[in-house]
Design a protein around this ligand. Sequence first.
Ligand SMILES: *[C@@H]1O[C@H](CO)[C@@H](O)[C@H](O)[C@H]1NC(C)=O
Ligand SMILES: *[C@@H]1O[C@H](CO)[C@@H](O)[C@H](O)[C@H]1NC(C)=O
Ligand SMILES: *[C@@H]1O[C@H](CO)[C@@H](O)[C@H](O)[C@H]1NC(C)=O
Ligand SMILES: [Ca+2]
Length: 498
Amino acid sequence: MVPRLWYVSVLWCHLAAGIVQHRSLEDARLERQRLVHKYIKALNKEEGAIRLVGGDNEYEGNIEVLHNGKWGAICDDEWDATEGHIVCRQLGFPGMRRYTHSGYFGPARRRFWMDNLFCEGHEQELVECHFEGWGENDCEPGEAAGVECDPPEDALIPEPLLRNEDIPKFPIHSRSRLYVQLRGGRERNEGRVEVRLDGGRWGSICADGWGLLEANVVCRQLGLGYAREAFQTDYFGGSNVSRPVLSGSECYGNETELADCLHHDPIRGVVSCHGSRQHVAAVICDYSSPDLVIDYLEIEQTAHLEDRPMLLMQCAMEENCVASEAYQIQRDDPHWRYRTRRLLKFTAAAINAGNADFRPFKEKSQWEWHMCHMHFHSMEVFATFDIFDLSGRKVAQGHKASFCLEDSTCLPGVSKKYNCANYGDQGISINCSDVYLYNLDCQWVDVTDLSPGSYILKIAINPEFKVSEMSFDNNAAICDLIYTENYARVQNCQLARP
Ligand SMILES: *[C@@H]1O[C@H](CO)[C@@H](O)[C@H](O)[C@H]1NC(C)=O
Ligand SMILES: *[C@@H]1O[C@H](CO)[C@@H](O)[C@H](O)[C@H]1NC(C)=O
Ligand SMILES: *[C@@H]1O[C@H](CO)[C@@H](O)[C@H](O)[C@H]1NC(C)=O
Ligand SMILES: [Ca+2]
């Protein structure tokens, strides 16, 4: 409910900005009301909603009407300007240019819901007119009724009036189909992503915010497995790249189709892209992919408190593994070495349950040597440890841990391959785990300043989605944390997305 209200109010401002200059306030108010009404109806998939399909833009096409949750066409018997005017008015357009017969915008693609439609002219909506019952008709697909409306004035509102992040986002699936294809690749599993709405033309996707979560959904929808890479580039197709027809794409990761993800509203023609024409979404799909799963039982079983003198934490302080208050104490208190920090310690293990090895994001040549801990870090942020209070406010965090990745333990019959020692190759093999024991330096959250109470502990691996995985829904453990002066207990962990 909240996002929809928010959308309506944003739409309200958006329209207010454009229309007031052209018309009287009263006209503008009515215009806004009609448009808002139209979008609420379409979003709710309401009985009697109508839409235009098969045209070159949003204000022309064959008419489809929604009945019992299904879209159907309208037959052109007795179709004329009276009906056309009602359609354009119901859709919120300023007027009608012409009405069309005989499938002018292509043959009907769905069953006919209405035939012999006759309106008197005062009706607000098409369903108030007379027609043979729902679905009763004697029409061929070539008899689809259509209309061309006057373009909306708000179509002329310049895009920069809205900042990109203010543009509301919606799934598309309830209002149109979204066809997806890859183009310009060397093989069928790669390319720039092209999409087409019902009745629209093929176009690219603006790359703003395009990442592995979105790319995974595209690969899944096309039956090509998982995303190995997500690109923001015109590498696939160069000069052939068409104008973006979709922008703002944002997937949660578990969607089966791109239409289920959030986007700016392409049905209203809202496409807003920061980059140039060359800034489009592309993917490489692969049937093999790693899949790290966090071992939450290990966290529950090993979590405990330790009070540690700062004297023993100099390396940890160098790597930012203590709360910022500790640095204050180090500056202000000459005896800081004898002060202690209270640490919530636990063992974290990441198991690779996928069908490909997990390899670090950075090339070996870019790994950083960490003097204190005497090993190379191959990923800037491999894990995050956070504590939230029950209202969701972050109250403590571990450092953003960059580990050395290796096969610490493997299932029986699987031999270890990756080893941090001696500048060895880093990674996690299939069916092996990288284990960070609770007694390792920095494997904790500094809780010195936490008051006793109930909290949420969240441990996440590959939290920035930098390395591709089959799923990110199993990369975080979200647990109850009970903290008293004397002990800490971690329980009820559940797998979740970082
Ligand atoms: C553009 O498309 C044409 C026809 O499909 C193809 O032959 C050509 O190689 C493409 N150009 C690029 C740069 O991909
Ligand atoms: C994806 O996961 C979120 C959060 O768990 C859930 O609310 C949503 O319904 C899921 N969507 C699908 C398509 O499964
Ligand atoms: C990994 O373990 C699973 C389950 O035990 C097994 O089916 C699979 O063959 C193993 N894969 C490899 C490469 O060891
Ligand atoms: Ca995973």
